[in-house]
Design a protein around this ligand. Structure first.
Ligand SMILES: NC(=O)c1ccc[n+]([C@@H]2O[C@H](COP(=O)([O-])OP(=O)(O)OC[C@H]3O[C@@H](n4cnc5c(N)ncnc54)[C@H](OP(=O)(O)O)[C@@H]3O)[C@@H](O)[C@H]2O)c1
Length: 213
């Protein structure tokens, strides 16, 4: 099936968490990590996030000073977005909301003239982005629940990670790269390490992995 090359990017604590039990938003890693996030975003035709991350991090999914902005894609079961979210006021790429639930909220209607609502599965949406919107590179910025769904489809080609050794969040209810710690994936997915940049000065290590197929 035609689909874009899918990359992901996450920062994890020394204990493997991407956030705290209270869903601490982004901002706990270095300026260099944020610069890397923007560099990865700039290489994508579209950005993908879960509705939980969109809300927690108040993200606008834009690339500063870029003439061509990536599409901004949001995944939700309910389709319920906050109409006051800054994504609707910040200029950027068109907004695509994927609603996967069977009983979406009445708010799953376009909230903005730049917004298209899709009712299909995550896998079908990947196909739609490639075939109808010419998305060759799709970059997912989390959160863990969405990355788990992509991993279950074995649809992750590049996995970028910042190992933030300076922080431990703890707590069983704090999300990991594949959501709240629960069952493992049904099978291991082999990746090869393609970038390893330890930065003792920052207490962080920038890593990239490429799926071996
Ligand atoms: N450290 C990092 O790099 C990093 C990166 C991203 C996020 N975070 C943090 O992680 C926390 C959020 O984590 P999370 O795992 O809860 O986030 P998430 O995956 O962004 O959000 C979960 C919500 O997104 C929607 N969703 C996710 N996967 C879906 C799927 N397969 N199909 C349909 N809808 C789907 C659902 O929205 P509805 O409820 O609308 O149905 C779900 O309730 C936040 O605190 C955020 O700051 C950290």
């Amino acid at each position: 099936m035609l689909r874009p090359i899918v990359s992901t990017n996450l920062a994890i604590t020394a204990d493997g968490k991407i956030s705290s039990t209270a869903q601490r938003p982004t901002g706990w890693t270095s300026r260099e990590d944020h610069a890397r996030l923007l560099e990865l975003r700039a290489n994508a035709d579209a950005i993908l996030v879960g509705r939980g991350t969109l809300d927690a991090d108040r993200m606008t999914l834009t690339v500063p000073e870029a003439s061509r902005q990536p599409l901004r894609c949001i995944v939700s079961r309910s389709g319920q977005l906050d109409p006051a979210h800054p994504i609707f006021t910040k200029a950027g790429g068109d907004i695509h909301l994927l609603v996967t639930g069977e009983n979406p909220s009445s708010q799953a209607d376009p909230l903005d003239s730049r917004m298209t609502v899709h009712h299909q599965t995550l896998l079908a949406f990947l196909h739609t982005l490639a075939s109808e919107y010419q998305v060759k590179r799709l970059h997912c910025e989390g959160g863990g629940q969405l990355i788990r769904a992509l991993a279950e489809l074995d649809a992750i080609d590049e996995f970028h990670l910042t190992l933030a050794g300076h922080t431990i969040f703890g707590g069983q209810a704090a999300p990991t790269t594949t959501g709240i710690p629960a069952d493992f994936l049904p099978k291991a997915l082999p990746f090869e390490i393609s970038h390893f940049d330890p930065r003792p000065d920052l207490g962080e290590c920038f890593l990239s992995y490429t799926r071996s197929r």
